[in-house]
Design a protein around this ligand. Structure first.
Ligand code: PEP
Ligand code: MN
Length: 353
């Protein structure tokens, strides 16, 4: 892709590029108060959701077009650039009519090729930076496909936003970071800037600092962080919004390592290994949980813990599968035996409770 820089005049070229502002524009006062404080700490790009895609009806769906003049006022009075989420052709038109400087596309929208194409068509002939969030599901091709639709419409200032991926089991994160996916995106489109959204990945204030640091260590180009003049009063995503003061502390404590290419790629590979190990552990824990449910079933039905046929079947099938995937048979046998042993140990423990 032949991309142009998304850094607009007057914005610092150094890492990280920072975008901040409330999840949603709620009132002119909230928008102006938050923006004024952000401008004071040197933030150059102000974000605010005007149309909010909600999982269920009945939630706060954004103030709509009446909020756009508030953002224009931010631009006029603070000199910040303004960024808004768009999901339809009419959003694009309204945003452009109100001099919005940067558009972003939300995760639920990127997941829908029809919506992406509609937005792309509305952007033909327009020169504006467009930031494409990853789709809600961990599908790199869908993310790249969305980016390509925007690029094919003639937009050259594009960046990706990594905001994590939905998962059924919610534990630490609101959305699983699955860092290997943005890292693979970097490999596939090396000149595409990637911005991390620690607010939506973490879902909680405490996770914003560590996630931002991790994104910087992985060589991400920027951060988009939700901030609000009164986070606890926010109409949407309140548990993940921080005050501009807290944002300043987080940004000041970030360590930006600009290491040489070779060590940077090594540490990025190590991060990928860490991330994959995390996934392995989560999967193993999930497997143990299901195995525990089987133990309960066996107990209720007075069945023995060990069922040799089933064990043989698992071993034969998985060893062949692993070999086809390029792993040694002995290796996978050892791994499966260890997993099975632990699983039997836990089942016996549960049955004798
Ligand atoms: C947002 O940025 O407020 C938002 C709705 O994010 P996402 O599309 O990542 O859920
Ligand atoms: Mn939000």
């Amino acid at each position: 892709m032949e991309l142009e820089s998304i850094i607009l005049p007057g914005v610092d070229k150094k890492r990280p590029l920072v975008i901040s502002g409330p999840c949603s524009a709620e009132s002119e006062e909230q928008v102006m108060n938050t923006a004024t404080e952000l401008a004071k700490i040197g933030i150059k790009i102000f974000r605010a959701g005007i149309w909010k895609p909600r999982t269920k009806p009945g939630g706060f769906e954004g103030v709509g077009e009446i909020g756009l003049p508030w953002l224009e006022r931010v631009k006029k009075e603070t000199g910040m650039y303004i960024a808004v989420e768009v999901a339809t052709k009419s959003h694009v038109e309204a945003a452009l009519n109100h001099n919005v400087d940067i558009l972003w596309i939300g995760a639920r929208t990127t997941a829908n090729p029809f919506a992406m194409q509609e937005i792309a068509d509305a952007l033909v002939g327009v020169d504006i930076p467009v930031l494409v969030k990853n789709p809600v599901n961990p599908d790199l091709e869908l993310w790249i496909g969305g980016i390509e639709r925007i690029y094919n419409a003639g937009i050259k200032k594009i960046a990706a936003i990594h905001r994590g991926f939905s998962s059924y089991d919610k534990k630490i994160y609101r959305n699983l970071p699955s860092w290997h996916i943005p890292i693979e995106l970097r490999r596939r489109i090396p000149n595409l800037p990637i911005i991390c959204d620690p607010s939506h990945i973490g879902g909680k204030r405490e996770l914003i600092a560590p996630l931002s640091q991790q994104a910087m260590d992985l060589g991400f180009d920027g951060l988009i962080i939700e901030s609000h003049n009164c986070p606890d009063c926010a109409w949407s995503d309140k548990s993940q919004q921080i005050t501009p003061d807290t944002l300043q502390i987080i940004l000041d404590t970030l360590v930006i390592r600009d290491t040489t290419q070779t060590t940077e790629s090594l540490s990025s590979l190590r991060r990928q290994i860490d991330d994959l190990d995390d996934q392995l552990l989560e999967l193993l824990a999930k497997r143990m949980r299901v195995s525990g449910e089987i133990a309960t079933y066996k107990k209720q039905n007075s069945m023995p813990v060990l069922q040799t046929n089933r064990y043989d079947e698992i071993m034969t099938k998985r060893i062949a599968q692993a070999q086809e995937m390029g792993m040694g048979g002995e290796f996978i046998k050892t791994v499966l035996e260890a997993i099975h042993e632990e699983s039997v140990r836990k089942q016996i423990e549960l049955i004798n409770k």
